[in-house]
Design a protein around this ligand. Structure first.
Ligand SMILES: [Zn+2]
Length: 482
C-alpha cells in the first residue's frame, strides 16, 4: 500500500516535471537586471535552470518558439482588488484568468476583512478561506496585502508576517463612509496609522506600509459644493479630488513613515504634484519611499475619462488626470522615480457604474489588457524595455519579497510572457476573461500583444485564451517567514 502510494506520488511528480520542461528559443529576453539579451531559456521543474545562446532541447523538452518576439518575466501586478464587489472566490476564479491572458503571472490582492465578515475580526479568521480559494481556483500565483483597521490587527502584525505577508494597507480617506464600507474599505486616522507603522517597524522583517494618500476632508468639502449630485458629471466629481489632496496626504504619510522608520509605499500616485511630493519625501525619509502608479493614470487622460458613458465608467480614486500628469508619470517611469505599475483592477457588475459620476462605484477591470497597454505606450514613448521589466515585475518582487519572482535569472520561477511588440490591434472588452465585460479602454488601439503566458514552466494562456487553468498558488503560504 505504501509502495503503491509512493509510486503514484512519483508518477505525479514526474508528469508535473515533464510538463514544466521546456526551452524558450530564439527570442530577446528582457531581464530587469541586465536588459534585453538575445538568449534562450531552459526551464525544468518549474524553474529557469539555464540561460544561454542556442540551447538545444534535450529529450522530452518542449520548445517554445520565440523568434521575432520579446520574452519578459511574467508581469507582477502589485495592486488588485479581488472580492471588492463580487464574492472573493468568484473573483479569484475569473480575474486570475483575465490576468493570465493579460501577461500577469503573479498578482497581489488586498484582503479587507469586512468583505468576508460582518465585523472587523482578526485576519486569522478569514485567511484560511482566502488561502483555500486561491489554492483551488487561481490560475496564476496570488499574494496578499492586508488592510489594517483595528488594534487587534496591529497586535497581530508579526503573526501575519510569519505567514509570509509583508505588506499592510491603510486608507487615509473613506472614514465613516458607508459607500466605502460596502467595498470593505475602512478609513483610519493618523494616530492609528502611526501606531501601526511603529508596530511594523518593531516587528522587523522589512514589511512595508502601503498608504492610499488622499485628504478626504478637503474632498468632502468640495463634494458638498456640487449643486446637483444626481447629475454630477465626471469632471464635477474629479474636481473634488485635485492634486492638492494627494500632495497633502503624501507629505503626511511621509512624515509618519519617517517617524516610525518604516518603508512607505504610496499606492496609485496620480499627479505631477504628487510626484514632486514623493520625491521630496524621499529626501527626508528614514526608510525607502516606494512609488506605484496605475495603468489608468498612465494610459487614460481626463479628456477621455470625461467622454465615457455612463459618466462614472472611468471613475477611480485618485481620478484620471490631465495630459501633463500622464506625461510626468511616464517620465518618472523612465527615470526610475516610479518603482511599480499596478492595475488597481476591480471587477464589478455594469449596474454599479450607473447613475451620476458621484453615485457610481469607483474602479474598473484592467487585467485583461495589462501588458498590451503598458508595452504599447512604453514603446511609443521609447521607454527602455528593461525599465518596463523592472516596474512591471522585478521591483514588486523585491519590495514585497516574492522569492523566485520578477526575473528570469537561473533559479527563478519560469514565469514568463512571450510578447509581439509589432502586432497592431484593438482592445475589445466583450472578449474579456474578467467577469467585467466593459472598460474605459474598449476600442483602444494597441501594438503589443501577449502571445503566450507561462507559469512555472507551463503554458497557461495563448493568444487571449486560457489553456491551463487553476495552476496558481497562494504565495503567502509558500513564503518563508522573515
Ligand atoms: Zn486600489
Amino acid at each position: 500500500m505504501v509502495v503503491k502510494a509512493q509510486l503514484l506520488a512519483r508518477d505525479r511528480l514526474s508528469r508535473r516535471v515533464s510538463m514544466a520542461d521546456l526551452v524558450v528559443a530564439g527570442g530577446v529576453v528582457v531581464f530587469p537586471e541586465w536588459g534585453p539579451l538575445r538568449v534562450d531559456l531552459r526551464a525544468s521543474g518549474g524553474r529557469v535552470v539555464e540561460v544561454g545562446e542556442r540551447l538545444s532541447p534535450r529529450g522530452g523538452e518542449a520548445v517554445l518558439d520565440a523568434a521575432g518576439r520579446h520574452v519578459f518575466p511574467g508581469f507582477i501586478d502589485p495592486h488588485v482588488h479581488l472580492g471588492n464587489a463580487n464574492p472573493f472566490a468568484d473573483d479569484v476564479a475569473t480575474e486570475t484568468r483575465a490576468a493570465a491572458v493579460g501577461g500577469v503571472t503573479t498578482l497581489l490582492t488586498y484582503v479587507k476583512v469586512l468583505r468576508h465578515r460582518q465585523g472587523q475580526v482578526s485576519y486569522h479568521e478569514v485567511l484560511p478561506e482566502v488561502t483555500r480559494a486561491i489554492g483551488e481556483l487561481a490560475s496564476i500565483d496570488v499574494g496578499l496585502h492586508l488592510a489594517l483597521s483595528t488594534s487587534q490587527h496591529i497586535d497581530e502584525i508579526s503573526q501575519y508576517q510569519r505567514l509570509g505577508i509583508n505588506s499592510f494597507k491603510f486608507y487615509m480617506g473613506y472614514r465613516d463612509d458607508p459607500r466605502a464600507l460596502r467595498r470593505g474599505s475602512v478609513g483610519v486616522d493618523d494616530g492609528f496609522i502611526l501606531q501601526a507603522m511603529r508596530a511594523i517597524a518593531a516587528a522587523g522583517g522589512g514589511a512595508t506600509a502601503l498608504v492610499h494618500c488622499e485628504n478626504e476632508d478637503i474632498a468632502r468639502s468640495l463634494v458638498a459644493r456640487i449643486p446637483d449630485p444626481a447629475r454630477a458629471t465626471w469632471a464635477d466629481w474629479a474636481g473634488t479630488r485635485p492634486g492638492l489632496i494627494e500632495v497633502e496626504a503624501i507629505q503626511r504619510a511621509g512624515l509618519l513613515a519617517r517617524e516610525a522608520g518604516v518603508p512607505l509605499y504610496v499606492v496609485h500616485l496620480s499627479s505631477c504634484e504628487g510626484l514632486a511630493a514623493a520625491r521630496e519625501a524621499r529626501t527626508r525619509a528614514s526608510a525607502p519611499v516606494h512609488v506605484e502608479v496605475s495603468t489608468h493614470h498612465l494610459l487614460l487622460t481626463s479628456d477621455r475619462a470625461a467622454a465615457c458613458e455612463p459618466p462614472g465608467l472611468a471613475k477611480v480614486s485618485p481620478p484620471i488626470r490631465e495630459q501633463a500628469s500622464v506625461d510626468a508619470l511616464w517620465q518618472a517611469v523612465a527615470d526610475g522615480t516610479v518603482d511599480t505599475v499596478g492595475s488597481d483592477h476591480v471587477a464589478m457588475a455594469w449596474e454599479r457604474k450607473q447613475g451620476s459620476a458621484l453615485e457610481a462605484d469607483p474602479g474598473f477591470a484592467a487585467l485583461d489588457a495589462f501588458a498590451p497597454l503598458v508595452l504599447t505606450e512604453a514603446c511609443r514613448r521609447r521607454v527602455p524595455l528593461e525599465r518596463v521589466a523592472r516596474v512591471c515585475a522585478g521591483n514588486s518582487a523585491r519590495i514585497f519579497r516574492l522569492r523566485g519572482k520578477g526575473t528570469l535569472a537561473p533559479g527563478s520561477d519560469a514565469d514568463l510572457i512571450v510578447v509581439n511588440l509589432d502586432a497592431p490591434g484593438r482592445l475589445d472588452a466583450a472578449r474579456n476573461q474578467s467577469s467585467s465585460r466593459f472598460s474605459p479602454y474598449d476600442g483602444v488601439p494597441v501594438t503589443a500583444q501577449v502571445e503566450v503566458t507561462v507559469l512555472r514552466g507551463e503554458v497557461i494562456a495563448r493568444a487571449g485564451r486560457v489553456v491551463a487553468e487553476r495552476r496558481g498558488r497562494a504565495l503567502h503560504g509558500a513564503a518563508a517567514p522573515a
